[in-house]
Design a protein around this ligand. Structure first.
Ligand code: C2E
Ligand code: CA
Ligand code: CA
Length: 693
C-alpha cells in the first residue's frame, strides 16, 4: 500500500479556508433573512457560489496537501463536477435556513441532503484522480466520514438558522460557530482521506492529462480568498447600508408621528383638535350603533376668559388655558376625549352607561373650573358654561352633535353662566332665529331701522344736565324695538358693527349739533365704542370726519370704551387713545371695576372720565363690599384727576350716597330713561323748569 503524507502548511490553510467559508455562509444567511424581493434570489445565488467555492476549495486544498510517492493529477471535468456539487448543496442549505420555520424533521432531512452533497463532492473530487486500480475505502472510516458530513451539516444548518437575525453580538456568535463548522468540514475531509487506501503500484491516470500539482494550490487559494472576501465585504457593506436605511426609516416614522401629532392636536394644550375630535365622534357613533349604550358631547366655554387674556396678556391667557385643560382632564377616564377646538372652547366626549351620568359629570366639570386658578402670581377666577348633546338623540352627524352642544352651551351662558344645559329641540329653532336675525341686521342700516335714544347725565352737586349718552335701538320690522344686548354681539361677530358704529357716531354728532344751536353748547354727547371699532384703523379718521361734518368742537364728544377694551392690547390702544385725545376728544372708561385694570396702565391712559359700573351701584345699599369698592374707585379717580360718573342710579339713597362720595355726575333711571331726542328734550325742559321754580 502506498503511504500518503500531508503538507502541514496546506492542511492549516485548508482549515482556515473552511472557517472563512463558514463565516461567509453564516453572514450571507443574515443578509438573505432581511433582504426583500429580487434581492433574496441574488443573495442566495451569490451566497451559494461563494460558499460552494469556499467549501470546495477547502476540500481541494486538502487534496493538494496530500501527496503520494507517485505523481498525482486531477481530471478537469470531474473536478469541475465536484465544484458544481458543492455550489448546488450550498444553495440548497442557504435556501433551507431561510425558511420561516425549521422543524426537526426538516432539519434532519436537510442535513441528510447536505451531508450527501458534501460527501458526493469529496468522493467525486477523489475520483478526479482516476487511480488505477481504484481507491479502496476502509468501510468504517468511510461510514464515519459520511456520519460526520451529515452531523456537521445538521449543526451548521441549525446554527445558521438561529443566527440569521441581526441580534447583538451576532458577529461573535457567528465567528464561534464558523470555527466549529470549519473544524467539522475539515474533519469530514480528513476522515474521508484516511478511509482511502491506495494499493501498491497504483497509477494516477489523471497525472498525465489532468490538472497537476504545480502552483495549483496557490491559484485555488487566491481565487477562493478573493471570492470569499468579495462576498463577505459586499455582505458587510450591504448590512451597514441596511442599518443606515433602517435608521433613516426610523427617524422618518418618528417625524411622521410628530407631524400627525401636530396635525391632530392643539399645540398649546396638547389636547386633540377639531379634526381628531370629529374622528373620535365618528368612532363613538359607530360603537353605539354596534354595541348600544350612549355618549355625551359637552361643549365647554369659559366665562370671563377674554378679560383675563386682555388684562394680563396672551402669555398668561395661554397658561390659564393649559391649566384649564389639565384640570378638565383630571376627572376623565382614558377612553374619554377632551379636545380644544377654539380660543377658550373645549369639547368633551364621554362614553356613558346612562344619559343621566352626563349631568353629574357636567356639574363636576363646572365645579372644577370655578375653583380659582393660580397662574404666575395671580389667583384667577373664571367659570365655565357647558352645553350637552347626547347620542343617540341630539343629532345624527358629528357636525350636528357639535352644533347642538354649542347651542345648549349658549343657553347655559344666557341663563347666568357657570352652569350646564342639556340640548333640546327648541334650541335649534333659536339657532335658526339667530340666523334670521343676522340676515335682518344686514339690511337694517340700509332700511334706516336704527334709532338713537339719549339718556341724560346730571351734575351730581347741582342737578344740572351735563349731556347725554347715545344708546342704540333697532326698530325691527316684525319684532319691534330691540335693545343692543340682542344684536350688538352679533354685529361684533360679523363685523357689521363697523358701519353701524359709524352711523351712530354721525347721528349722535348731528343731534349734538342741534342741541349746540339750541344753547346747550356746554353739553357732551357720549357714544359707545365696541372693541372691534377700537381696533379698526379708520376710527380716528371717522371721528374727525363726524366732528367736521357737523361742525362740532372735539370736546363736545365723549367716547365711552369699556375698561376691558381699553386694557386689551395696551400699546395699540394707547396709540389710538392718544391720537383721539390729541384731537381734543373726551374719553371715558366705561363699566369700570368689572375688568382687570393695572393701576400703572390706568395712570398712563389719556382718559378724562371713569364710569363706575352699574353692578356696583345696584348693590350699594346692601353690600358693604361694593360700597367700599365704589369709594375706592372715586378716590382713585380723584387721585388721577378723572371725572367720576356713576351709572345705573335708580334710588334716592344711591344718589345721595354717590353724591356724598364725590361723584361728579350721575346717570340712571331715577334721573332719566333713555329716550328719543324729542321726548328727551321734553324731560330736560321739565327738569329745567323744576330747577328754576
Ligand atoms: P352701557 O354703555 O353700560 O349703557 C348703559 C346701559 O344701562 C343702557 O342699556 C341703559 O339703558 C342702561 N341703564 C341706564 N340707566 C339704568 C338704570 O338706572 N338701571 C339699569 N338697570 N340700567 C340702566 P342699553 O341701552 O340696553 O345698552 C346696553 C349696552 O349696549 C350698553 O351698555 C353699551 O355697552 C351697548 N351699546 C349701546 N349702544 C351702543 C352703540 O351705539 N354702540 C356700541 N358699540 N355699543 C352700544
Ligand atoms: Ca356706556
Ligand atoms: Ca356702562
Amino acid at each position: 500500500m502506498l503511504i500518503g503524507s500531508y503538507s502541514p502548511a496546506l492542511v492549516l490553510i485548508s482549515l482556515c479556508v473552511a472557517i472563512l467559508a463558514s463565516y461567509t455562509a453564516l453572514d450571507l444567511t443574515g443578509r438573505i433573512a432581511t433582504a426583500k424581493g429580487r434581492a433574496v434570489h441574488l443573495w442566495t445565488a451569490g451566497g451559494a457560489l461563494a460558499m460552494g467555492i469556499g467549501v470546495w476549495s477547502m476540500h481541494f486544498i486538502g487534496m493538494l496537501a496530500f501527496s503520494l510517492p507517485i505523481n498525482l493529477g486531477y481530471d478537469f471535468a470531474i473536478t469541475a463536477l465536484s465544484l458544481l456539487i458543492a455550489v448546488v448543496s450550498s444553495g440548497f442549505a442557504l435556501w433551507l435556513v431561510n425558511q420561516p420555520r425549521l422543524p426537526a424533521w426538516q432539519l434532519a432531512f436537510g442535513a441528510l441532503i447536505m451531508g450527501a452533497g458534501i460527501s458526493a463532492m469529496h468522493y467525486t473530487g477523489m475520483a478526479a484522480m482516476r487511480m488505477t486500480p481504484g481507491i479502496d475505502y476502509d468501510p468504517t472510516l468511510f461510514g464515519a466520514s459520511l456520519a460526520i458530513a451529515v452531523g456537521a451539516s445538521a449543526a451548521a444548518l441549525w446554527i445558521a438558522f438561529r443566527l440569521r437575525q441581526n441580534t447583538p453580538y451576532v458577529r461573535f456568535a457567528r465567528a464561534g460557530a464558523a470555527i466549529i463548522m470549519g473544524i467539522a468540514i475539515v474533519g469530514m475531509h480528513y476522515t474521508g482521506m484516511a478511509a482511502a487506501q491506495f494499493a501498491d503500484g497504483s497509477f494516477c491516470s489523471a497525472a498525465l492529462d489532468g490538472l497537476s500539482d504545480k502552483g495549483l494550490d496557490n491559484l485555488v487559494l487566491v481565487t477562493t480568498l478573493a471570492v470569499l472576501s468579495i462576498a463577505l465585504l459586499t455582505s458587510i457593506l450591504d448590512a451597514r447600508l441596511e442599518a443606515r436605511t433602517a435608521a433613516l426609516a426610523n427617524s422618518l416614522t418618528q417625524a411622521n408621528r410628530e407631524l400627525t401629532q401636530l396635525a391632530l392636536h392643539d399645540t398649546l394644550t396638547g389636547l386633540p383638535n377639531r379634526v381628531l375630535l370629529a374622528d373620535r365622534i365618528d368612532l363613538a357613533m359607530q360603537r353605539v350603533q354596534e354595541q348600544g349604550g350612549c355618549f355625551a358631547l359637552m361643549f365647554i366655554d369659559l366665562d370671563g376668559f377674554k378679560p383675563v387674556n386682555d388684562a394680563f396678556g396672551h402669555h398668561m391667557g395661554d397658561q390659564l388655558l393649559r391649566e384649564v385643560g389639565v384640570r378638565l382632564r383630571e376627572d376623565l377616564r382614558s377612553q374619554d376625549t377632551l379636545a380644544r377646538i377654539g380660543g377658550d372652547e373645549f369639547v368633551l366626549l364621554v362614553q356613558l352607561a346612562e344619559a343621566d351620568d352626563a349631568l353629574r359629570l357636567a356639574a363636576r366639570q363646572v365645579g372644577l373650573i370655578s375653583r380659582a386658578f393660580r397662574v404666575g402670581e395671580h389667583d384667577l377666577q373664571i367659570s365655565a358654561s357647558v352645553g350637552i348633546a347626547i347620542y343617540p338623540g341630539n343629532g345624527t352627524t358629528p357636525q350636528e352633535l357639535l352644533m347642538n352642544a354649542d347651542a345648549a352651551m349658549y343657553h347655559a351662558k344666557g341663563t347666568g353662566k357657570n352652569g350646564y344645559r342639556f340640548f333640546d329641540a327648541s334650541m335649534n329653532t333659536d339657532a335658526r332665529r339667530q340666523l334670521q336675525l343676522l340676515q335682518d341686521l344686514r339690511n337694517a342700516l340700509e332700511q334706516r331701522q336704527f334709532r338713537l335714544y339719549y339718556q341724560p347725565k346730571f351734575d351730581a352737586s347741582n342737578g344740572q344736565p351735563v349731556g347725554a349718552e347715545a344708546l342704540l335701538r333697532w326698530e325691527h320690522p316684525t319684532q319691534g324695538m330691540m335693545l343692543p344686548d340682542r344684536f350688538i354681539g352679533l354685529a361684533e361677530k360679523t363685523g357689521l358693527i363697523i358701519p353701524m358704529g359709524e352711523w351712530v357716531l354721525n347721528e349722535a354728532c348731528r343731534q349734538m349739533r342741534l342741541w349746540h344751536l339750541q344753547g346747550y353748547a356746554n353739553w357732551r354727547i357720549a357714544v359707545n365704542l365696541s372693541a372691534l371699532q377700537f381696533c379698526h384703523e379708520g376710527l380716528v379718521q371717522s371721528v374727525a370726519n363726524a366732528l367736521a361734518a357737523h361742525d362740532l368742537p372735539a370736546n363736545s364728544l365723549t367716547l365711552e370704551i369699556t375698561e376691558t377694551t381699553a386694557m386689551s392690547d395696551a400699546d395699540a390702544s394707547m396709540t389710538v387713545l392718544q391720537q383721539l385725545s390729541d384731537m381734543g376728544v373726551d374719553l371715558s372708561i366705561d363699566d369700570f371695576g368689572t375688568g382687570y385694570s393695572s393701576l400703572m396702565y390706568l395712570k398712563r391712559l389719556p382718559a378724562n372720565e371713569l364710569k363706575i359700573d352699574r353692578g356696583f351701584v345696584r348693590d350699594l345699599e346692601h353690600d358693604s363690599d361694593d360700597a367700599a369698592i365704589v369709594s375706592a374707585i372715586v378716590a382713585l379717580g380723584q387721585a388721577l384727576g378723572l371725572r367720576i360718573v356713576a351709572e345705573g342710579v335708580e334710588t334716592g339713597v344711591q344718589q345721595d350716597f354717590l353724591t356724598q362720595l364725590g361723584c361728579d355726575s350721575l346717570q340712571g333711571y331715577l334721573l332719566g330713561h333713555p329716550l328719543p331726542a324729542e321726548r328727551f328734550m321734553v324731560d330736560i325742559h321739565r327738569a329745567e323748569q323744576r330747577a328754576a321754580g
